[in-house]
Structure formats: C-alpha cells, structure tokens
Design a binder for this molecule. Structure first.
Ligand code: 6PG
Length: 481
C-alpha cells in the first residue's frame, strides 16, 4: 500500500503504553501513523480504540516512514535493550537526513549516549526520552524527560509539550522540557525511578510501623494516608496507598492487600541508579536500601525458615497511638527529603561527569505532574533550585533545612522505636544516617585512613599540614595492657 506523507509522527510498538501514547497524541490534534510487528495488533488497534481519521495503521516499517511528513519523527515504544538497536538498524536506511528517531523506553543512559552518536553519525537525530506515569499517564498526560540530539528538540517540542501533563496555577506548565544532550533524559528518568523506589520503600516501612507498631487496621490506615495526602506528603504514591487500603478482593471479601504475597519484583532501573551511584562515588543510599529491601523480600522461603529460628521483639509499640502516627508522618517526610536530596546530588555528579547542563528546577517541574513521584513538595524543590541553581544539597535549602530540623526529633524517635520493637526500616534508618553523616564536619574516617595506611601503606592526608603521608605504624605503636 502506498502511503501519503500526511502524519505528524509515527509510533512503533502497540503494547498498552504505545497505544495510550498514540491515542494521547491523536487527541491533541496530531495525526499519527502506527505500526506493530504483529500486524493483527495494529489492525485490532486501528479498528478498535484507535479507530479515528488521524490514526493511520501501517503494516510495514516502510509504509510507516512513507506516511510521515518530513522531517520525520518516529517514536519507538518497544522493550528497552537490543530490540531498540535492531529497530534503529532497520529504520536508518528508510529515513533521510534530519529525521528524528525517538526511544520512549526505560533505557540505560549509556545506551542512549551510544545511540545518539551512532544515529547522528548516520545523519539523523536521536532522542531518548523518559516517559513516566504508567498507562493512565501515557493516555492523559505523562511526564516526559527528553534528551539526545539538541537539534531534535524544536522538532518534537510542540507535540511533546502538548501531550504532557500540565501543572501550575493556570494548569499550563507542561511536565516536559529539554533535559540535555545524549543520555541526559534517560538518566533523569532513571533517577526518577530510583526516587520512586525510595518513596515506595519508605511508605511500606511507614505502613509496617503503623500496622504492627500502632496496631492500625486497613480502614484506619486508609484514613491516615488520606490525612497525610492533605499535607506536606501530598503525592500520587500516598494517594494510591490510601486507595489500596480500601480495596476488597471480589472473591473472598478480604482486603486485597492482605492477600498479596510479600515478594517484590523489579525491572532494574532502581538497580541501575544504585550501580551508577557507586560508579560516581555518591551516597544514594535510599534507592540502594530500597533495592536491597526488594531483594530481601524476594527471599520468602528463606525468611519463612528463619522466622522459626531467629529471635526478636514482637513489633508492638505500647506508646500513644495518635502521637506515634504523627511521628511516623514526620519521619517519612524527613526521609523523603533526604532521598530527593540524594537523587539531585547524583544527577549533579552525573551532569558534571558527562558535561550535561542540567536545570534542576526544570527537572523538579517535569516531575511535578504526570509521573509516579508527582508530589506537591516538588514545587518547593523547584523553588529551592530557582533560588540557588548550584545548590550543593537540597537539605541546605532554607525551607528543607528548617523542615528537617522540625522533623528530626520525631524521626529519631521512630527509628529508635523501630530498632527497639524489631520492625525493619532500612530506608528510614539509612535516611537518618545520611542526614547525621552529612551534617557532621568530622567523621571517623580518620581512623579508617589510619587502618588503610597501617595494613596497606595507602597513605593519608593530615589536618595540620598539606601533603600525603605514610607512617611506620609498627614502630609507632605502644603496648596496650
Ligand atoms: C514510571 C515507572 C515505570 C516503571 C515501573 C516499574 O515512571 O511510569 O517508573 O517506568 O518501569 O514503575 O518499575 P519496577 O518494576 O522496577 O518497580
């Protein structure tokens, strides 16, 4: 079939995210050509949900390319990894100079770096964009975090900003702006996901403290989360958590959450963020604890066996219930601030290494709506970076310094209580340890450096004079009685 070049954009991959994005694009007045490797999927879409004059189904990639107005824009919504490389390989000869290839998957930033260079070398432009918000976001307005070839941005900007979620008092600020060159957009999406992991783990720890420590029932938990959602913690993840505690299983009538096996899955973006934090040498401990907590949860059989052997307290907190609920709220808020602080520190470290000119206020606004971590307090983060674009750590922005100071007594109490009653709260503890570590001018690493020098002559610096030193510790040591 010969296509007429009438469409504004093409989209490949009609799984649910691809379908919903296509419908979103069409709903904003753009015409879209769609293709799926399995032709029947394309046909089912164009004769079902996508049956509208501005949605054109294509049976071959050549047809899809022929349907596009130049400069052509082709969005790939396929599984991240080799499938993207294969598709780029097939599409490149079909496209002409100045056309744009867009990857909308959760792609490893270094893959987008490489692909941007390769695609640009072939005369085309490339974008790797974070797309967040799940199925509903894709349909009604996701958060989009595009990076890649800067010259591609003006070509896709009108469509991207039209389909993105909107925020602000007038509801006209799109949760999408240019992030930076090469893999910057995917890096920002990866950090978004790492923060998502941290938020989810913190909420789960709060749940466990409230359920076991304070003995709250599911309806009470729903009320607590509803109240929290009206304050500083106002966010999508708190809102869905509230709803989850109200949902009953249609078959048994029991609360669905209580029937779900406590074994967490993961697709890997949180792990990537941890791995890259280690490579950069920055302490992104919240996401790492969250990844480990998922790993530990997955050891269900081992935990069941260990539960018969290992001893500890019964998780009950005998203190005042209402007071404890408020303390947990404050601990959650403070931990969340530490978690976002870590995410932005990692972004800054990556930006420095990769030479990306990142705008952190703009990134906070991209996350303000549409995405999974959307939250009211991202306005505060954006304000903090607007006031001081080179802010070293979010915790040092006056608003957050003050919030942490106010919350810390409750935060410490919650962490101490959790340790005392035996509720595992690795993310709460790690967040507090980060805060305490970061706020101390002195840490015990002097001793660590001495140990390294003692056994390995690794040398150390001194506080009283410049230079690098090594000591003969065997000669210096004295007998200890
Ligand atoms: C989003 C989400 C999404 C992510 C899923 C699953 O922004 O819409 O971050 O991209 O893939 O939440 O992630 P895990 O399976 O790793 O939990």
């Amino acid at each position: 079939m010969t296509q007429q070049a009438t469409c504004d954009i093409g989209l490949i991959g009609l799984a649910v995210m691809g379908e919903n994005l296509a419908l979103n694009i069409a709903s904003r007045g753009y015409s879209i050509a769609v293709y799926n490797r399995t032709t029947s999927v394309t046909d089912a879409f164009t004769s079902g949900r996508g049956k509208q004059p501005t949605v054109v189904g294509c049976h071959t990639l050549a047809d899809l390319v022929a349907a596009l107005k130049p400069p052509r824009k082709v969005m790939m919504m396929v599984k991240a990894g080799p499938a993207v490389d294969d598709l780029i390989k097939t599409l490149t000869p079909l496209l002409t100079k100045g056309d744009v290839l867009i990857d909308g998957g959760n792609t490893l930033p270094s893959d987008t770096d490489r692909r941007t260079r390769e695609v640009e070398a072939a005369g085309l432009l490339y974008i790797g964009t974070g797309v967040s918000g799940g199925e509903e976001g894709a349909l009604k307005g996701p958060s989009l975090m595009p990076g890649g070839s800067p010259a591609a941005w003006p070509l896709v900007k009108p469509i991207f900003q039209a389909i993105a979620a909107k925020v602000g008092p007038q509801g006209d600020i799109p949760c999408c702006d240019w992030v930076g060159p090469r893999g910057a957009g995917n890096y920002v999406k990866m950090v978004h996901n790492g923060i998502e992991y941290g938020d989810m783990q913190l909420i789960c720890e709060a749940y466990w403290l409230l359920k076991h420590g304070a003995g709250l029932t599911n309806p009470e938990l729903a009320q607590v989360f509803a109240a929290w959602n009206r304050g500083d913690l106002d966010s999508y993840l708190i809102e869905i958590t509230r709803d989850i505690f109200t949902a009953k299983d249609p078959d048994t009538g029991a609360f669905l959450v209580d029937l779900i096996l406590d074994k967490a899955g993961a697709k890997g973006t949180g792990k990537w963020m941890s791995q890259l934090a280690l490579d950069l040498g920055v302490p992104s401990t919240l996401v790492t604890e969250a990844v480990y907590a998922r790993c530990l949860s997955a050891l269900k059989d081992a935990r069941v066996r260990a539960s018969q052997v290992l001893q500890g307290p019964d998780m009950a907190n005998r203190g005042d219930k209402a007071e404890f609920v408020e303390q947990v709220r404050q601990a959650l808020y403070a931990s969340k601030i530490a978690s976002y602080a870590q995410g932005f520190v990692q972004l800054a470290a990556a930006a420095k290494e990769q030479d990306w000119p990142l705008d952190y206020a703009s990134i906070a606004m991209m996350w303000r709506g549409g995405c999974i971590i959307r939250a009211r307090f991202l306005d505060r983060i954006a304000a903090a970076y607007r006031a001081k674009p080179d802010l070293e750590n979010l915790m040092l922005a006056p608003y957050f310094t003050d919030a942490l100071a106010k919350a810390q007594q409750a935060w410490r109490h919650v962490v101490a209580t959790a340790a005392t009653i035996g509720v595992p709260v690795p993310a709460f503890m790690s967040a507090l340890a980060y805060y305490d570590g970061y706020r101390h001018a002195n840490l015990p690493a002097n001793l660590l450096q001495a140990q390294r020098d003692y056994f390995g002559a690794h040398t150390y610096e001194r506080t009283d004079k410049p230079g690098t030193f090594h000591s003969e510790w065997l000669d210096l040591r004295k007998p200890v009685t």
